[in-house]
Design a protein around this ligand. Structure first.
Ligand SMILES: Nc1ncnc2c1ncn2[C@@H]1O[C@H](COP(=O)(O)OP(=O)(O)O)[C@@H](O)[C@H]1O
Ligand SMILES: [Mg+2]
Length: 354
């Protein structure tokens, strides 16, 4: 069995721009002569939501797709769950082609899209889930048990018999996740999974994705998000998409290396330090290969040394010289760029070697 859960090859999706313009106006405008002319004109403008997307997502991986608004994230998810057809290129889910083998694709994945749709607001949460369980063909007894288990897992047990219309946005989102978990599909796609959840529920939710669904159950999780912190904490790998193109792909750590091939440390020296010894230390340490910058900052409270080094510099070389001159370290801080800084640099700076 192949190790790849999702693969896209040169995926292109374009939407007619004129229709977008007409749709954005007041509905009756479309029926005016100008609107009709736009709809039927041969000279249509297109907007490329996806422009040659190549991605490989491995089984059991938590993969994040990061991008600003309008980058193409939702379009890619909709293609993978067979809601939208691509214009060219190929996409495979567990080896099944999304166009030619769509029913098999749907047996291998579940998608949790942006707004919770498809629930009947007059039925209770439990009845809604039981309805979907029947639709998915689950045996009655198993379905009842599974629905209760899932409501409990998402902390909705005590509201199970409330009508759906009484549910808040966050609760509706949790119910959506319960629906996605009714079938044990090996792949789950999420579009902005924690949007609308309170901070505590968002933390539980991320833990559920990473620890239970991915680690314990070995499922592949694909998340489209613009929440950098979320991507950094739960994703094994992330791809950055901008204007329909993947501009970088790798582990969060590797992406940080792209924009900052250096590391920064600040060492706080413990207790009294001899000025002469410190000077000798500074001379020797600044001569080390890989040290880009070395500065001493001293005030009444503390003596601190800030060091900028190459990313593969072996830090123990500095420690050896400190020991040699009898300097003791009280505290070490290292500074790394956040994924947010990486993201902004990538969006502004263009494509990186993938
Ligand atoms: N149904 C549609 N009709 C026309 N244009 C669309 C449609 N869906 C998305 N688009 C356009 O495609 C681009 C990508 O949209 P989308 O995939 O929703 O981005 P994201 O989810 O990253 O915010 C945007 O410019 C958006 O306006
Ligand atoms: Mg979107």
């Amino acid at each position: 069995m192949s190790k790849t859960a999702i693969e896209t090859v040169n995926l292109v999706k374009q939407y007619p721009a004129v229709l977008r313009n007409v749709r954005n106006r007041h509905p009756w405008m479309a029926w005016q002569v100008g609107g009709l002319r736009e709809i039927f004109s041969r000279k249509k403008n297109f907007i490329r939501a996806l422009n040659g997307v190549n991605l490989k997502i491995y089984r059991g991986e938590v993969f994040g797709l990061l991008g600003p608004n309008g980058a193409g994230k939702t379009t890619l998810i909709k293609i993978l769950c067979t809601l939208v057809l691509p214009d060219s290129g190929e996409a495979y889910v567990n080896g099944y082609n999304v166009i030619r083998e769509s029913s098999r694709v749907l047996r291998n994945l579940q998608a949790v899209l942006g707004d919770p749709r498809g629930f009947d607001w007059r039925l209770s949460a439990k009845q809604n889930l039981e309805f979907y369980a029947t639709l998915y063909g689950l045996p009655r007894d198993y379905a009842k048990k599974r629905v209760e288990e899932l409501l409990d897992l998402m902390g909705l047990s005590d509201r199970a018999n409330d009508m759906y219309q009484r549910f808040s946005t966050g609760m509706a989102r949790k119910l959506q996740l319960c629906r996605a978990l009714l079938l044990d599909t090996p792949i789950i796609l999420f579009d902005e999974p924690t949007a609308g959840l309170d901070p505590a529920s968002a933390v539980d939710f991320r833990r559920l994705l990473k620890d239970k669904l991915a680690k314990s159950e070995g499922r592949t999780i694909f998340i489209a998000t613009h929440n950098m912190w979320e991507a950094q904490t739960i994703c094994d790998r992330v791809a950055v998409i901008n204007r329909g193109e993947i501009i970088a792909c790798g582990s969060p750590e590797n992406l940080k290396m792209y924009i900052s091939p250096e590391k920064n440390y600040v060492l706080t020296i413990d207790g009294y330090c001899d000025a002469l010894k410190m000077k000798e230390f500074m001379n020797e340490a600044s001569g080390l290969c890989g040290v880009k910058d070395l500065r001493l900052q001293a005030d009444n409270a503390s003596v601190r040394i800030s060091i900028r080094v190459d990313k593969d510099f072996v830090f123990s070389e500095i420690l050896d010289i400190m020991v040699k001159y009898g300097l003791k370290i009280k505290d070490v801080e290292s500074y790394e760029p956040s994924l947010e800084e990486v993201f902004i640099a990538l969006i502004r700076g263009g494509k990186q070697p993938i």
